[in-house]
Design a protein around this ligand. Sequence first.
Ligand code: C2G
Length: 447
Amino acid sequence: MKKVITYGTYDLLHYGHTRLLERAKALGDYLIVGVTSDDFDKSRGKINVQQSLNERVAAVKATGIPDEVIIEEYEGQKIDDIIKYGVDIFTVGSDWVGYFDYLKEYCDVVYLDRTQGISSTQLRGEKRSLSLGMVGGSPIMTKLANECSFVNGVNITALCTDEVDKVPGNLHLELVTSDYDVLLDHVDAVYVHSEPKLHYEQVKKALEKGKHVLCETPIALVADQVDELFELARENGVVLMEALKTAYSLAYQRLLVLIKSGRIGQIVSVDATCTSLRDIEGDESTRFAPKWNSICTWGPTALLPVFQFLGTDYQEKHIVSRMADDREDYDLFTKIDFIYDKAVASIKVGKGVKSEGELIISGTKGYLYVPAPWWKTDYYETRFENPANNKRYFYQLDGEGIRYEVVAFVRAVENGEALSNIQPHITKAIAGVMEDFYNGKDKKTIG
Ligand code: C2G
């Protein structure tokens, strides 16, 4: 039996793909198709694939042409597959001529003529790009603009800031304004990164005008306002998403499912620390504008693993804040302890105090340790009584998660459904902690 193998992304499966699969099949008796898990288009430097891996696999299977469909997950896998499956012929379209000649050492390599006049890129290009306006004046804007350049289907076109004269020229914007209404009229969606106490009103206004919103966490400082905003988004048929980049980092997503799978047993304690110093130019923390105190800058990030692992139904909490000497409402450092039915949690956040920014999740079988800075990590470990069972996990981290957050937002807008990694009840619980902090509930201040 002659075995043939071919690989591809198969995004928005079209006639060019099926013609190639048919001809590949005709080269032998048994066709294996490798669908690549990568959603990065190397030639265009963009995260570019519109469909998820599952959708692409399903579409390839639905053609009825392949005898077997596999997933291509790593570089060099083609060689492994050819040996493993005893492949006789590797084939791919003529756009790859010469590129796979190195496989001739293992099997025959055949380049088939590419079908003219159709491509995934062309199909994707038929969709209109989302015009995104940024709100707020902090240096995150340059970072966001840079990250958006990796994402297909979104263009940053406008900025609303009080400091119009400080906007870097290299942003290439169509509009820079200090008038929020003018900005809203110009764009399809906004990324809100103003000072936290303005978020609620700005988000509300954007949603009322039918604009999609990606808002830097916390999206409100009062829990009920979160419900109101999500409801408003639903009524107006637009997307509201909380921007919290850690939730989109690959390592964090993987540790979330690892822990939910019971690898370290039942969770008994979550300890998360996030700190940075105050007013440092070039601080890699994205939120160092002076109006962002410790609880707003770092609280949501530190609360994320607490609420995602233990839920939002805690019995008690205690907030202790060391206030700044020079500014009211500015906590230099805040520690919050939570008591749950069968677990406890503790977060420490500081902007103006430095500590070890680690995340430790303790369970009945072992613990998970994420070294500093855990909120943008590419690495973590599970540790057990017997060190021989310890395991290290490494992941790719591109753009601290921001890029993938923007991808999730653009896809949510395109698909008309929320695809956020942060569920609305978690967003609400985060806002609830902010509310209690500002109302002094369950709270002591020192200093
Ligand atoms: N193809 C074709 N005619 C087109 C478009 C694509 O014959 N008009 C072929 C490609 O040459 C490829 C297959 O269909 O053999 C899948 O195309 P893509 O989904 O664009 O995949 P590609 O990124 O080319 O993947 O490492 C090799 C890659 O996995 C090939």
